[in-house]
Design a protein around this ligand. Structure first.
Ligand code: DGL
Length: 283
């Protein structure tokens, strides 16, 4: 199903997440690269992805990526750590080579880990993520490639995406679930001086997280890191850059209720947006 006739222009940058989280990355990307055309897809109807199996996350992500390609995206950013951890490699290595075009898919883990080790003085970083991201081991594996001396302490926070998707970002419930995981990771390793929000939903909980982290600990969101690397990617890949349209358009679609999405997303994206509903896969 297409969103509208005028939307099927070619050369867009697609940004995908299971729900609202990818908007935190899109904000930084649009700020860094304002001239391009963007199409955001939130699979809110099937969020969260974090506790789903490898096979399911791969299948959902592939469906969404193919949908974005069909809508004219040349480049898709998986603005979701869970999808980047569980589906990106297979899409890049198995699905993209089957296509007759040169469309590309990038994730958020690599651009983050390339820079993460530079931020710690103590040599210990904390990684807060979904169960899927933590179990995949992607962060310790990728950080070790660039910074073998850096220790990565991980903590899965299964409730945090629900808090964001259900608009419970502050208050007693949020305090309880946020504190539980923050306390746990610092009890395990008090030397952590850099805490990465390795789920694109988590920056929306920043206010609550800040209340419970020890003083002096740096809280890192990925948006800026991903945007910076994307700017660099487009410089290094002029053949891709040439295929991207620059009309400055931004479109937003969700697999759930568009009115709810508009309200929430406008808040997270920092400007009013109009959203359309699309059906993707089986719910
Ligand atoms: N924003 C996604 C991520 O970065 C959330 C995953 C989920 O839906 O649980 O992992």
């Amino acid at each position: 199903m297409t969103i509208s006739k005028e939307s099927i222009s070619q050369g867009k940058i697609g940004i995908f997440d299971s729900g609202y989280g990818g908007l935190t990355v899109m904000r930084s990307i649009v700020d860094a690269l304002p001239g391009y055309d963007y199409l955001y897809l939130g699979d809110n109807a099937r969020a969260p992805y974090g506790n789903r199996s490898f096979e399911t996350v791969y299948q959902y992500t592939l469906e969404c990526v193919n949908w974005l390609f069909d809508e004219g995206c040349e480049l898709v950013i998986l603005a979701c750590n869970t999808a980047s951890a569980k589906a990106l490699r297979q899409i890049q290595q198995v699905d993209l080579p089957k296509r007759k075009d040169s469309k590309r898919v990038l994730g958020v883990i690599r651009p983050t880990t390339e820079q993460l080790g530079l931020m710690t003085q103590s040599g210990v970083v904390g990684v807060m993520g979904t169960e899927g991201t933590v179990k995949s081991g992607s962060y310790p594996i990728e950080v070790a490639k660039f910074f073998p001396q850096v220790v990565v302490e991980q903590e899965a926070c299964p409730m945090w995406v629900y808090l964001v998707e259900h608009n419970q970002r502050e208050g007693e419930g949020a305090d309880y679930f946020v504190r539980q995981h923050v306390d746990r990771i610092f009890q395990r390793n008090p030397k952590i001086d850099t805490l990465l929000l390795a789920c694109t939903h988590y920056p929306l909980l920043t206010k609550t997280i800040q209340k419970f982290i020890p003083e002096g600990v740096k809280l890192i969101s990925q948006g800026g890191l991903v945007a910076e690397r994307l700017v660099d990617y487009l410089v290094r890949h002029p053949e891709m850059e040439a295929r991207l349209r620059r009309a400055g358009t931004r479109s937003f679609v969700t697999t759930d209720d568009p009115e709810t999405f508009e309200k929430q997303a406008s808040l997270f994206f920092g400007e009013p947006i109009v959203a359309y509903h699309v059906e993707i896969g089986q719910h």
